[in-house]
Design a binder for this molecule. Structure first.
Ligand code: GLY
Ligand code: MN
Length: 479
């Protein structure tokens, strides 16, 4: 007798599978192999693989997708492949297979590329022959059908092989660079050399700085779905005020849109009402949403291609800002507008932040809130009210290109095809004794997504109201 097993061993609630039943599972299945078309974006992924191959001639390059992460006991979090792996394969949505590994094997002229992956659960009674009905983590009857190897090759335009052959493929005395920490087998087989890994990570990150036309299309779609989610939320503001945990209603409203239109969320939704808006990444979302408060919603839909939007709006729950809320909002709005005006190819990445901070510094100065007026904006103590930078690259990761060198990113120059956020904010903590009481507990951030064009920048999130008047009209109408 076999016990239902899965890759985790027998569980207390598993029942035995008698030999006759196991035998019956082996027979009587129709051939359902498919002829799949090349996925959208595959040609662009091929160009990125060629760039990676050219950068590291003669070396083996290993880029894993990563695997499932346990949530508790025998349930996992939804699978989300590593962004470098996605960038090099154009793998999308629920098609992505945990524990896949892309291997570039050096040849005389470049590299041959093979995707080692788990093929569709076999039904032939071979070594993995019980997987399809007994493996709750990978079996077809438990988690759905994966592609056969030939289907993967057709869909992604790369050679595909079984992960069972990975160990052999990584043998031999070939200089190897790998993305480590994502796949235990790769980590065991590739000697750690943090120097070569860092160079690889940097290259892979910088390869993502300039988005190609297909990526811009994906980001446009992701931001479009994000905008739709914000409209959903604005329509639920009134209902949220009737609930003990209104922030959760806001979160759930946005998240439903994210699951409907995309793969899910680019990051956990931030829904902070009242003084929770002063917590930059407020994700507990367990507070009430009260009339008279502001609601800060920072959220992004991740498309099936895994590119994400990242937008913030700060809404008056009642449909009207109070005078003091409007004063803060208008200053952040003016700062964001100055930042946006500084976006163009050839500008330093830091220019939009500096422009936004100059407006904030002058505004706070006017309110008598700038303790060291002589200090340069970025060195000034007013930063206790702004806390963080005013934007970041956006792409497959919300904070994209995280391993790029400072010279290429923070101290670099904007180029056509860069996609980034502009998101200044002011956060007056509820216990901050340096500000008048009326400001305490007010947090405002306004965030939009932009693609740098040949002569300026285009806003991808322009479908949302931005000025105080527009935001009031929008929320009041939807209430
Ligand atoms: N949307 C979250 C952040 O940019 O940090
Ligand atoms: Mn952001």
């Amino acid at each position: 007798m076999e016990r239902q097993d899965g890759s985790r061993g027998v569980r207390s609630h598993d029942r035995e599978v008698p030999a006759a039943v196991a035998e019956s599972f082996r027979r009587g299945w129709e051939d359902t192999s498919l002829k799949l078309p090349l996925v959208s974006g595959a040609e662009y992924a091929a160009k990125r693989r060629a760039a990676l191959s050219a950068r590291f001639p003669g070396e083996r390059i290993v880029v894993p997708s990563g695997g499932l992460k346990v949530r508790s006991n025998d349930f996992d979090y939804p699978f989300r492949p590593h962004s470098a792996f996605v960038h090099l394969t154009a793998e999308q949505g629920t098609q992505a297979v945990p524990d896949s590994v892309l291997v570039f094997e050096p040849t005389g002229t470049g590299h041959s590329v093979t995707l080692f992956t788990r093929p569709r659960s076999p039904r032939d009674g071979g070594p993995n022959g019980a997987e399809f009905y007994s493996d709750r983590r990978h079996g077809e009857f438990w988690v759905g059908r994966r592609r056969m190897l030939s289907e993967t090759a057709d869909a992604l335009g790369v050679e595909a092989a079984s992960r069972d052959d990975l160990e052999r493929a990584l043998g031999g005395n070939v200089p190897t660079r790998a993305v480590l920490g994502e796949d235990a087998l790769v980590d065991a087989l590739v000697p750690p050399d943090r120097g070569t890994e860092a160079e690889l990570l940097t290259f892979l990150s910088e390869l993502r700085l300039v988005k190609d036309e297909w990526e811009v299309q994906q980001l446009r779609a992701a931001v479009g779905h994000t905008v739709a989610g914000f409209h959903d939320v604005a329509g639920e503001l009134r209902h949220a005020t009737s609930l003990a945990r209104g922030e959760r209603w806001i979160e759930g409203t946005f998240n439903r849109r994210a699951r409907m239109e995309g793969y899910g969320l680019g990051f956990e939704t931030i829904a902070g009402a009242g003084s929770h808006a002063c917590v930059l990444h407020w994700m507990h979302n367990d507070g009430p949403v009260r009339d008279g408060d502001l609601l800060l919603l920072d959220a992004g839909v991740e498309a099936d291609s895994f590119y994400t939007g990242d937008v913030t709006r700060t809404l008056p729950v009642s449909g009207r800002f109070t005078d003091v809320q409007r004063r803060v909002y208008d200053l952040v709005f003016a700062a964001q507008s100055a930042g946006i005006a500084a976006l163009r190819p050839g500008a330093r990445f830091g220019d939009f932040h500096d422009a936004a901070m100059r407006v904030i510094a002058e505004g706070l100065d006017g309110w008598g809130l700038r303790p060291d007026v002589e200090a340069a904006p970025d060195a000034s103590l007013y930063r206790r009210y702004t806390v963080c930078g005013s934007g970041h690259m956006l792409g497959l990761d919300c904070h994209d290109c995280a391993s790029a060198r400072r010279d290429a990113y923070l101290d670099g120059v904007l180029e056509a095809g860069h996609v980034l956020t502009v998101e200044p904010g002011l956060y007056f903590q509820p216990d901050d004794l340096t500000v008048p009481e009326e400001l305490r507990g007010i947090g405002v951030r306004i965030e939009d997504d932009f693609v740098i064009t040949a002569d300026g920048a285009q806003c991808l999130s322009s479908g949302l109201p931005r000025s105080a008047d527009e935001v009031e009209a929008w929320t009041a109408a939807l209430r």
